[in-house]
Design a protein around this ligand. Sequence first.
Ligand code: ADP
Length: 291
Amino acid sequence: MQLTIRQLNKTYPNGVRALQDVSLDIPTGMYGLLGPNGAGKSTLMRTLATLQDADSGSAMLGDIDVLKDKDALRRVLGYLPQEFGVYARISAYEMLDHLAVLKGIPGAQRKAVVSALLQRVNLWEHRKKAVSSYSGGMRQRFGIAQALLGDPQLIIVDEPTAGLDPGERNRFYNLLSEIGENVIVILSTHIVEDVKELCSNMAIINNGQVLFAGTPDDALRALDGKVWEKAILKAEVGDYQQRYRVISSKLVAGKPIIHILSDTDPGDGFRHTEAGLEDVFFAKIGAEEVR
Ligand code: ADP
């Protein structure tokens, strides 16, 4: 099973080109769609989830035409939207059971399916509590449980770790990584760590365009030997930005450490450093902003 996206375009009525000739080949396993806010991730996710239409292009999941045969796609889709707003006062068990009815899961199987899912996402002991009383991390795990109803082939999770604390984020990573290898899981995120931890394939998008698609290793290899770092003073940041291709700057113990891109040794006190996925991300995004 593969998801094949070709030349997808979407322009909103206000003139924003949210998708520009997006083409991607998404195999089974965990796929990271990385981009800053406003990149077009949700637009792509919502289009693939049949919630909105593209202006042109195609998307095929195996032999299902995603854009045309919406009912067929919905039967094999699990979706965790960015805003999972159903924080009902009824218990998690009742809520999931209700969603199972809507998914068309027959009555005879429902109890077993709902119980197994609640156990799988580690909410069994909290099944009698209202979803509205859950923490952010518990809600996201409940969101995954509902997305897994009906054994979907394509699972889309849109910005699932935004707002989770580090502990909750780790639990959520563990849960996602346990979802089978034979399904396609697309994870959209602006958090580089999400992709680093979880994804065997990835794309970087910005301004509705695909800037990179491949494995994280491919992305890192492209920067091999080209990333240099130096600790500088806060007041010097602007100066360095003028003189070098600064791809990132982070504070370590209150002092900025900058990473620059250079094919050759820049000297000037810079040390060679191994490229990280953050460097890939900011190098791609930065290049886009300069252009
Ligand atoms: P992301 O999920 O990566 O943050 P979105 O797909 O939400 O990106 O948005 C991509 C661009 O399209 C942004 O510039 C956003 O402001 C714009 N956009 C999103 N939805 C709409 C809409 N319904 N009408 C107009 N513009 C929109």
